[in-house]
Design a protein around this ligand. Structure first.
Ligand code: AMP
Length: 284
C-alpha cells in the first residue's frame, strides 16, 4: 500500500491508473477507522480495480464549538486497517494542501444542507460538500463509497455530483452495527459505559418505528411521539430531532407512503449520535 500525502502525487497516481484503463474506487473518511469504514473499502475492492482511502479530519465541517480538536486521530491503526483491506493508496493530505492560502471557493448545496443535521450544524454540509469536491478533483475516482449511517450526507453528495457534473458513481453501503445494534462510529469512543447503554436506544427506537409501520401506523406524528417517549425517557439523553422525511428531498412527510427515512439525532452527554432507517411503506 502506498501512502501519499500531497495532492500532486495523488493526482499523478490517479492519472497513471486511468491511462492503464483501470477503475478507481474512492472512500473518503476522517480516520479513526472501524468496521463500518472497512465495509466501504470491501465494496470498493469488489467494484473497482484500485482502491483509494483518504483520511482527513476536515476543519471546515466542524462548528466553532464542535469536537475538531478532540476528534480521535489514530493514524497507525488506520494504516493497519487499510493494509488489511488491501487498499492501494492511503491519501493523507495536509490542511494547507486542500485549503491553500487564500482559499475562498465553497460548495453550497442549498436547502438540503440546512435541514435535519444542518439545522443545528450551520455550515457543516457546506464543509462536507467542499472537501469532497476537492477530493474528487484530486483522486478523480470512477466510483465513490459512502455509508447510509450518514444519510443526509449521501443525499448531499449525490446532489453535488449531479450539479457539478463530476461523473462519479455514488455507491451507498448499509450501516454496519455493533452486536447491540448501535451503529459503528468513531464518536462511540467518547461514550462512557453507562452512556453506551443509552446509545443502544437509538437502534431500539428505529426498530420501534419499523414495527409500528409494519403494524399499520401511517401517521408520522404518532411515530415521532412514540419514539420521543422511548428516547426522551432516558437519563443523560437529549433528543435533537426525530424526523420522518422523503428519501431524496429530505422534506418532512406526515402521511406515510412509499419509501421514507426515519432519522434521529440524540445527545448522550457531550456526544451527539445520529442514526436512521430507510423504510418501504406498503400501500394498503
Ligand atoms: P467518517 O470517517 O465518519 O467521516 O465516515 C467516513 C465514511 O464512512 C462515511 O461515508 C460514513 O457514512 C461511513 N461510515 C461511518 N460509519 C459507518 C457505519 N457504521 N456503517 C457504514 N458506513 C459508515
Amino acid at each position: 500500500m502506498l501512502t501519499l500525502t500531497t495532492a500532486a502525487e495523488m493526482r499523478q497516481w490517479a492519472e497513471s491508473v486511468r491511462c492503464e484503463g483501470r477503475t478507481i474506487g474512492f472512500v473518503p473518511t476522517m480516520g479513526a477507522l472501524h468496521h463500518g469504514h472497512a465495509s466501504l473499502m470491501r465494496a470498493a475492492r469488489v467494484g473497482c480495480d484500485r482502491v483509494v482511502v483518504s483520511v482527513f479530519v476536515n476543519p471546515t465541517q466542524f462548528g466553532p464549538q464542535e469536537d475538531f480538536d478532540r476528534y480521535p486521530r489514530t493514524m497507525d491503526a488506520d494504516r493497519a486497517l487499510c493494509e488489511g483491506e488491501h487498499v492501494d493508496v492511503l491519501f493523507t493530505p495536509t490542511v494547507t494542501d486542500l485549503y491553500p492560502p487564500g482559499a475562498s471557493t465553497v460548495v453550497d448545496v442549498g436547502p438540503l444542507g440546512t435541514v435535519l443535521c444542518g439545522a443545528s450544524r450551520p455550515g457543516h454540509f457546506r464543509g462536507v460538500a467542499t472537501v469532497v469536491a476537492k477530493l474528487f478533483a484530486i483522486v478523480h475516482p470512477h466510483r465513490t463509497y459512502f455509508g447510509q449511517k450518514d444519510y443526509q450526507q449521501t443525499v448531499v453528495i449525490r446532489r453535488v455530483v449531479e450539479d457539478l457534473r463530476f461523473g462519479v458513481e455514488v455507491v451507498v453501503c448499509p450501516t454496519v452495527r455493533e452486536p447491540d445494534g448501535i451503529a459503528a462510529s468513531s464518536r462511540n469512543a467518547y461514550l462512557a459505559p453507562e452512556e453506551r447503554k443509552t446509545a443502544g436506544k437509538l437502534f431500539q427506537a428505529l426498530s420501534e418505528a419499523v414495527r409500528l409501520i409494519a403494524s399499520g401506523e401511517r401517521s408520522a406524528g404518532k411515530i415521532r411521539e412514540a419514539l420521543g417517549v422511548l428516547l426522551g425517557g432516558q437519563t443523560g439523553a437529549r433528543v435533537e430531532y426525530i424526523a420522518l422525511v422523503h428519501p431524496e428531498t429530505l422534506e418532512p412527510v406526515e402521511q406515510l407512503t412509499g419509501r421514507i427515512v426515519v432519522a434521529l439525532a440524540v445527545w448522550i452527554g457531550r456526544t451527539r449520535l445520529i442514526d436512521n432507517a430507510v423504510i418501504e411503506v406498503e400501500n394498503e
